[in-house]
Design a protein around this ligand. Structure first.
Ligand SMILES: [Zn+2]
Ligand SMILES: [Zn+2]
Length: 130
């Protein structure tokens, strides 16, 4: 798999966005996070997530979290969610569950979204009619 999409939680505005990782030199690097918060149906969607093992880093072209500008990210040890993190801080606050803790070690596994395109997650369902 050459690229991954992962739900990304901003600790500043508590929004859920979608991060894109690309595989570079054997490492998955975060390259982009969608600027618009995901629709609620996507944020709460609990469908297919596949664990992906590897090493994870930050691309030189990554401009930071769209919600707060943080330049890094962490995988929460409490809920497993991906959250933005300012690399100047020793602690992070999880944008998903609110867990606060020190950052240690590296990420070795991440839960990527399933292979269906994101736009189908919320938009493919039939409209409910009264
Ligand atoms: Zn953020
Ligand atoms: Zn968490």
């Amino acid at each position: 798999m050459d690229s991954l999409r992962v739900r990304f939680h901003c600790s500043a505005d508590q929004s859920t966005r979608t991060a894109t990782f690309s595989r570079v030199d054997g490492e998955y690097q975060i390259v982009d996070v969608s600027s618009a918060p995901a629709a609620t149906s996507h944020a709460t969607w609990s469908g297919d997530e596949l664990p992906v093992n590897g090493s994870f880093g930050t691309s030189a072209t990554y401009v930071g979290c769209p919600g707060c500008g943080s330049d890094g990210f962490v995988c929460c040890g409490s809920c497993g969610g991906l959250s933005c993190w300012c690399t100047r801080e020793e602690q992070f606050t999880c944008g998903r569950c609110g867990n606060v803790g020190p950052v240690s070690g590296g990420i070795t596994s991440i839960r990527a979204l399933g292979t269906r395109p994101i736009r189908e997650l919320g938009g493919g369902r039939p409209e409910l009619t009264a």
